[in-house]
Design a protein around this ligand. Structure first.
Ligand SMILES: Cc1cc2nc3c(=O)[nH]c(=O)nc-3n(C[C@H](O)[C@H](O)[C@H](O)COP(=O)(O)OP(=O)(O)OC[C@H]3O[C@@H](n4cnc5c(N)ncnc54)[C@H](O)[C@@H]3O)c2cc1C
Length: 296
């Protein structure tokens, strides 16, 4: 990859040798070769077209709240859609750019008396990453409120998807298989009682603070819950609360969280995940599935 070429594309901010501990909620020790923040769709298309022509590795980076960079160096191009942060709230219809912070959006709408995004006030992702993941909590998820979204396809066409096109499932969407880019989403909320909405939001925040190790860097729940059980319960039962490898440690507060106690590498986190999986499999015969994504 010739970084000079990327500057010459003149498509927005380019950061070389980027410290990825600043771009992931795990705060993993990792350096990215180059990170680009395209100014607009035209610039994004230009960048992806260059990437495809030169057969380069790349990754769309949201808020990095579900990612584990496996090695200490990522040699591809990271694309961050920070400039895609438009927001329009028209009655109950919210049109929002993929780079907008989901938690900020959820709180803003809740404070306006708009209901439907309360579940998201504790999810630290971007709008685009949350559509990709069909993020959710408390039996609600993005698919409950998404009406349509603009998507950039592999052929660099901007198309509008409706909810059914996303094939949403539990923490899954079609974007995980076709690798198209979410540019903007349209959510349909409804008018509610502002005090009641805020009471629910505050109650859930308190529940998260009392049950999750939010004082440490993490990427939320590590494993999906197996059918009719809880991953956290199984990990606690094998006595792994507090177990650590390097800077990665199974939280003592919530066994389905791995926290970074300082200087954790992707390799520390992967080793701990593999250790947990093997021990749970040995004792219970259960194959735990990782919810977080490994980036190599
Ligand atoms: C403390 C904590 C609590 C959490 N609680 C929850 C929870 O309750 N429920 C829940 O579902 N999740 C939870 N998460 C996980 C995480 O916040 C969600 O999965 C979130 O949706 C990820 O969004 P992101 O922008 O951080 O995506 P990233 O982690 O940056 O990326 C995830 C994937 O999305 C892709 N992606 C990002 N943006 C786009 C885009 N615009 N177009 C296409 N693909 C894109 C990336 O390439 C990557 O493959 C939690 C995380 C933390 C740290």
């Amino acid at each position: 990859m010739n970084i000079k070429d990327i500057y010459e594309l003149n498509i927005g901010e380019v950061i070389e040798n980027v410290d990825l501990s600043q771009y992931t909620t795990y705060k993993i020790k990792c350096t990215g070769k180059v990170l680009v923040k395209p100014d607009d769709i035209k610039c994004l298309k230009k960048l992806i077209s260059y990437i495809k022509k030169n057969n380069l590795k790349y990754k769309i980076l949201g808020n990095g709240s579900n990612l584990i960079f496996v090695d200490d160096f990522y040699d591809g191009i990271l694309i961050k859609l920070d400039k895609f942060n438009n927001l329009d709230i028209n009655d109950c219809i919210v049109t929002v750019g993929a780079g907008y912070n989901l938690m900020k959006l959820a709180l803003k709408c809740s404070m306006m008396g708009l209901s439907g995004l309360e579940f998201a006030t504790g999810i630290p992702g971007s709008v685009g990453g949350s559509v990709y993941m069909n993020a959710g909590a408390y039996h609600n998820d993005i698919s409950d409120i998404l009406e349509t979204a603009f998507i950039l396809t592999d052929d660099l066409e901007v198309v509008q998807y409706s909810k059914k096109d996303f094939n949403f499932g539990y923490r899954t969407s079609i974007l995980q298989t076709n690798h198209f880019v979410c540019l903007e989403a349209k959510f349909k909320l409804f008018h509610g009682n502002k005090d009641e909405i805020m009471e629910l939001v505050n109650d859930r925040r308190d529940r998260r603070f009392s049950s999750q190790p939010l004082e440490f860097p993490s990427a939320g729940s590590v494993f999906r819950n197996p059918k009719d059980d809880y991953a956290g319960r199984l990990i606690e039962e094998i006595g792994y609360k507090g177990k650590s490898i390097g800077g990665a440690k199974v939280s003592e507060k919530h066994a389905n969280f791995i926290i970074n106690t300082g200087g954790a590498t992707g390799s520390d986190i992967c080793s701990l995940i593999n250790d947990i999986k093997a021990s749970v499999k040995k004792k219970y015969g259960v194959d735990l599935r990782v919810e977080q994504e490994f980036v190599e």
